[in-house]
Design a protein around this ligand. Structure first.
Ligand SMILES: [Mg+2]
Length: 366
């Protein structure tokens, strides 16, 4: 077999303005930054990315490139372990972990490409497709934009949609309830309504808001309180009928175990672009599965689609407006969510994505 040692690791950074101001309960933004990593071996290039600050690219260039160069692209777990060891003193959570995640994703893409397989086939699929839920409904949207976005997903046959609540750190529960009511009226009775407070409420407030929304059949309550407050999540979970979900900031299997062990969630979330790439996401799924919990993929849908099919307990992936828009702008090979599922292509190698460098150039910042 040809030499599969990694010979080059490169980065580029793109900041893309949003199509409208976006805000959730605890943050607002008007642009999103994608940090792209490419790795090469045997004349083949693999791609990975994370949504994080440009500092992620510095960690890749200054620290991780030297760690990964020379490792066989067949041995992704060896590279993942070496990267984790190398950033110990930076702290794995946050920028360093996001950087490791992007490299890990690129290495899985590279390995699959070297073998001429879709990532799904390399990992071993449990089913050909995975359910998606439409995600957006920012608190910064007016009624018309909210209605149009939700109706668009319903028209596409997507059977579950999520809006943001917890506006202004939970200071405007009346508008939260008005928007939840508008969402239910827009989507009708048969589409599942999900809400995400991004940690904006107190536990008692979250319970009160859900009680006031009891006629709206909310199925999914994400981060009603900070995901660091495991006791608060568990308290809310005992007192609402919606599934409580959290985990988008998960860093490693220990984080997942603590969240599951605390009885904090009905469904675990994890984000491969943050929790250690494809390697970390599969580990998160395994830990959650040992607690009898499903896992849902957070954001970056084209990173997760294939891994989610590889896990029997993969419940769905988040078809997040912001990232879907960017991934459609910057990549060929993006998936079609019609019917509420995505089916990774069986004839595209790796993640199935081709980066459109010329289209991306105007957004390049590093
Ligand atoms: Mg969330």
């Amino acid at each position: 077999m040809a030499d599969d040692s990694v010979t080059a690791v490169e980065t580029s950074v793109y900041t893309i303005p949003t199509d409208a101001p976006e805000a959730d309960g605890t943050l607002s933004w008007d642009s999103t930054t994608l940090v792209l990593v490419s790795v090469q071996a045997g004349g083949v290039t693999g791609l990975g990315y994370t949504y994080g600050p440009p500092a992620c690219a510095h960690v890749v260039r200054d620290t991780l490139a030297a760690v990964v160069t020379g490792v066989s692209a067949m041995d992704v777990p060896a590279a993942a372990g070496a990267m984790r060891d190398a950033v110990r003193n930076m702290g794995y959570g946050g920028v360093a972990g996001y950087a490791c995640s992007a490299v890990d994703i690129a290495l899985w893409d590279l390995k699959a490409r070297l073998l001429g397989l879709p990532l799904q086939a390399l990992l071993g699929a449990t089913r050909p497709q995975v359910e998606v839920y439409g995600s957006g409904g920012f608190v910064s949207y007016g009624p018309d934009r909210l209605r149009d976005q939700l109706a668009g997903w319903v028209d596409d046959g997507i059977g579950r949609v999520k809006i943001k609540i917890g506006e202004d750190r939970g200071r405007n529960p009346r508008r939260d309830l008005d928007r939840m009511r508008q969402a239910r009226e827009t989507i009708g009775e048969d589409v599942e309504l999900f809400v995400d407070a991004n940690g904006a409420y107190s536990a008692a407030q979250a319970v009160r808001v859900m009680a006031a929304a009891s006629d709206l059949d909310v199925r999914w309550l994400e981060e009603p309180v900070s995901s660091d407050d495991l006791e608060g999540l568990a308290m809310v979970r005992r007192r609402v009928s919606a599934d409580v979900a959290a985990g988008e900031y998960a860093t490693d299997p220990h984080y997942v175990r603590r969240m599951c062990q605390a009885g904090a969630v009905d469904c675990m979330q994890a984000d491969a672009t943050r929790c250690g790439g494809i390697t970390g996401w599969l580990e998160a799924a395994a830990v959650a599965g040992a607690f009898g919990l499903d896992i849902s993929a957070h954001c970056a849908p084209h990173v997760h689609a294939q891994a989610a099919t590889a896990v029997r307990t993969g419940r769905h992936l988040e078809w997040f407006h912001d990232h879907v828009r960017i991934e459609r702008m910057l990549f060929d090979g993006v998936l079609d969510p019609h019917g509420g599922v995505v089916t990774p292509a069986s004839d595209w190698p790796g993640l199935g994505l081709v980066f459109k460098a010329a289209d991306a150039e105007e957004y390049r910042v590093g």
